[in-house]
Ligand binder design. Sequence first.
Ligand code: PMP
Length: 427
Amino acid sequence: MARVKSEKLFREASKVLVGGVNSPVRAFKAVGGAPVFIRSGKGARLTTEDGGRLIDYCLSWGPLILGHAHPKVAAAAAAAVKRGSSFGAPTEAETRLARMICGAFPSIELMRLTSSGTESVMSALRVARAFAKRDMIVKFAGCYHGHADSLLVQAGSGAATLGSPDSAGVPKAWAETTINLPYNDASAAAEAFLKWGERIAAVIVEPVAANMGVVPPEAGFLERLREITKRHGALLIFDEVVTGFRLSWGGAQKLRGIRPDLTILGKIMGGGFPLAAYGGRRDVMSLVSPLGRVYQAGTLSGNPVAVAAGLAALEALKSGKPYARLDRLAADLAGGITREAKRANVPLRVQRAGSMFTVFFTVSPVKDYESAKWADTAKYAKFFNILLEEGIYFPPSQFEAAFLSTAHTEKDIEKTLSAVRGALERL
Ligand code: PMP
């Protein structure tokens, strides 16, 4: 697919937008070339500014579980905007959405709507610190929780060392409130609690990691985190920005049967609009302003257009029925890619959880960030670019999840597998 117009648009964008984009991974640095500029999307297809049509497995990085411009979501948003785009005053629809979310996630007794996952995580950590009256946070390397300062942190060497900034501009002192441990290593968490237990407010984790590529939790990992946090009086926070309403109506916590103290949601619950949430135990969330002394606010929080879209999206998922089909389609695609790789003798593994998966160019199991880094990123870049030429849009980085939507069809999977076969032969 020629990208002449996208290249031109990217040059123009780069004159006025940092790096030509409004979020770094969109710049295609990990796969090379100019990013594809999108004109429109419908169902599982994107139309590019170059006139190409792509089967989309990136889906705005996860929110679009119903595909692009789903008729009911689009209609709900359009109707809402006609009634007024923002009031900065409560609307009934916010309660309906919150009730729906609390129904899906029994661990969420009280919640707050925000505009992004980052904002929700940042706020949840503030509440956790206020509740526990402690400052430190445990996170896991390879998990992404947005770009709040205390989360842009590199691992120290081992559980006993504090983190250091992973971004310029993050104060060292803030990074030192974070302990960054290997994913799937509950023993490291236990060790960290032995050393810092009295100072740790919360453990935050993606219950299925999606931000180093898809890495499911090993048996017992989340259970042990639940047990350790409880024992030490720290909160367990599940960041379900990706997995919430993606893996099931009720997210990863429902599938794994674990009740976190706080949950972060985003992406799918906003139907493709800027909407996110944090919530959980009533006693913890009651600390948030105006009930309590933890300040957190937002001009556009619970925005009526976003809430209308979110309600329409969740309405379409609430029966739970779409999940079985999504799972089957994803299994067909993942299984097909694995088969084609064997045939072409290309070392790769597909890691999948429900309708999210990653094609890792490595054969050894990826269980944490260290093992993810073994993946051959140059091979992924080549694979990505060949697929793009064939009209298939995978995430433009080895360390991201690919997603399916209810708009994808068996035919799309077949077409994708045929392109994958060609790509693997050319690697
Ligand atoms: N948490 C997780 C697990 C995420 O994947 C992301 C973004 N991909 C965020 C938080 C941050 O969300 P946002 O980009 O809406 O700020």
